[in-house]
Ligand binder design. Structure first.
Ligand code: G4P
Length: 530
């Protein structure tokens, strides 16, 4: 095996998904602690200060104290090179959050034990399912009063439609939390608060049949544990790596990120169960990083104006195969020409650093003079293949955009188009009129503010946004259909995208089905093609 394939094999590239406040940031921070990337938890991503440090590119992030864009963290642990794709932790997340999942090989889902599956987890989960990537569940905050464990698992299975397989099992919760039982090793890891989770700390384990356990966790807790385990062994799905790989079975772990309990155990198991970089589909068939020696990557995110003075953009790409070195020339498939990849950057905990080398599985940010679009492929392979595009995710909020000063039409059109090209917003037009009326669709409402802010600051254009009541958008897949003759519901609106493709907006979800019933053969889809 070549040196580079060896390097790629060590890569584990995953995204962490959760509903805000479930503990994603805390868990990530503890991972970094074990990876030695930081020495003391709290120094990287403390709520108030450090989150900014990671992606401190936009004033709006600072003003609001939230991360608008996703970032990537890399660290080494146990012989693996780990890339964590962080997703914006705010409710008002954007399409970037979805796209980030396109760059990951697996996902870790963090769930608050007292809440179970929440709205945002559900949304992100859909994308994981679409991609059939392995999904691992970390049920967090066991040091607080939790829901019944069986109910939590039931919740995941019913809400998300995925089978679960607990790798360990909690003993009590809240004040009565005693630790977790490792089902494979048949031993109990005793809960201890490692200095409020600031340090890595040893975990004490006791075999389940050791009589000492009675007084270590209490007789009552032990009896409950034995009963639950018996029930579980009879009821839960068996661990099957193949089903995990296909994203049909989620291994479940319990712990408390804050007190740093169960984190290293999770990390160890997870690294064994998750995959190294997976083959990706291209227009010339699957490209396998283990057999494709040439460099190839695709752009999944474009971050604009990190430096306002230069109006520069950074294109984030996921390397799929081969090796990257700074300044190399690659072929840009969509642009049909050679480009030099300069100023490669990688995110490391709290700073951006210039990198010299990277390989399949890694994520890099490249200076973009405005030539890249989301989904573009870059490669040194003579085969000149293009990776499958990244779908356009359905926006859920819509607004009509009006310019305050109509004299600045040119700047307005330029600005709004550029921002749309970066993928922060989607723009549409009324079905029957021209460019005069623009409708903007976003995945998270925060993007409206981002749009307003950027048009003003970068293009000197003031806009007014009039929010529209629609929440559902569907792409019309039938090419032959005459949209003007479509019979819809009263809450339906016909619009088109910039390529003139027809779309429908709805206020109510049930209207989608009704419209389909009224128009035989009408095919509506939730994901658009870019
Ligand atoms: P997020 O990135 O998913 O949004 O969540 P984050 O890690 O920021 O955690 C949200 C809150 O939950 C934080 O409290 C954090 O300390 C707390 N938390 C995370 N993991 C655990 C856990 O295992 N047990 C308990 N009891 N709490 C946990 P906060 O008060 O909002 O912030 P802070 O003031 O503690 O920073």
């Amino acid at each position: 095996m070549s040196e580079i394939t060896n390097e790629i094999k060590k890569r584990r590239t995953f995204a962490i998904i959760s509903h805000p406040d479930a503990g994603k940031t805390t868990l990530t921070e503890k991972f970094l602690l074990y990876g030695g990337a930081i020495n003391l938890a709290g120094s990287v991503k403390g709520k108030a200060t450090a989150r900014h440090a990671v992606s401190d590119w936009m004033e709006i992030e600072k003003e609001r104290g939230i991360s608008v864009t996703s970032s990537v963290l890399q660290f080494n642990y146990g012989g693996f090179c780990i890339n964590i794709l962080d997703t914006p932790g705010h409710q008002d997340f954007s399409e970037d959050t979805y796209r980030t999942l396109m760059a990951a090989d697996s996902a870790v889902m963090v769930i608050d034990a007292s809440k179970g599956v929440e709205a945002q987890t559900r949304k992100l989960f859909k994308v994981c399912v679409m991609r059939h990537i392995p999904i691992f569940t970390f049920i967090n905050k066991m040091d607080r009063e939790a829901k019944d464990t069986f109910d939590l698992l039931d919740d995941i299975e019913k809400e998300l439609g995925i089978a679960t397989c607990p790798v360990n099992w909690p003993i009590g919760s809240g004040k009565a939390f005693k630790g977790v039982y490792d089902r494979q090793k048949k031993e109990v890891e005793l809960f201890s608060d490692t200095h409020k989770g600031t340090t890595t700390g040893e975990v004490k384990t006791v075999e389940a049949n050791n009589p000492e356990l009675d007084w270590l966790i209490g007789e009552e807790a032990k009896t409950t544990l034995l009963e639950e385990i018996e029930l579980l062994d009879g009821a839960s799905a068996e661990f099957e790596q193949e089903l995990v790989n296909k994203g049909e079975l989620s291994p479940v772990f319990f712990g408390s990120a804050l007190t740093n309990f169960g984190v290293e155990t999770f990390l160890k198991h997870f690294l064994k169960m998750t995959t190294s970089p997976l083959p990706r589909m291209s227009d010339q068939g699957e490209i396998d990083p283990m057999t494709e020696p040439d460099f190839s990557a695709f752009v999944f995110k474009i971050q604009a104006n990190m430096n306002k003075a230069h109006r520069d953009r950074i294109a984030f790409m996921r390397i799929c195969s081969g090796e990257f070195h700074a300044g190399m020339s690659v072929y840009h498939i969509q642009g049909k020409k050679e480009v030099r990849l300069s100023q490669p950057q990688q995110m490391m905990a709290s700073e951006r650093k210039i990198i010299e080398k990277a390989c399949g599985g890694d994520i890099i940010g490249i200076f973009d003079p405005g030539i890249f679009s989301i989904g573009d492929t870059l490669t040194t392979s003579k085969k000149k293949f293009a990776y499958e595009g990244i779908p356009t995710f359905a926006p859920e909020h819509f607004a009509r955009v009006r310019q305050e000063d109509t004299m600045k039409r040119k700047q307005f059109v330029k600005g709004i188009n550029q921002i749309a090209q970066e993928g922060a917003i989607q723009i549409f037009q009324e079905f029957n009129t021209g460019m005069e009326e623009i409708i903007v669709g976003v995945v998270g409402v925060l993007q409206f503010d981002v749009l307003k802010y950027r048009l003003k600051n970068e293009y000197n254009v003031e806009i007014r946004l009039e929010t529209l009541p629609y929440e559902y958008i569907r792409w019309v897949e039938n090419e032959e259909i005459d949209i003007s003759r479509l019979t819809g519901t009263s809450d339906m609106k016909k619009i088109k995208d910039l390529k003139g493709r027809p779309l429908l907006l709805f206020v109510h979800e049930w209207s989608i089905r009704m419209t389909q019933e009224r128009n035989e053969g009408l095919i509506l889809s939730e994901f658009g093609r870019s």
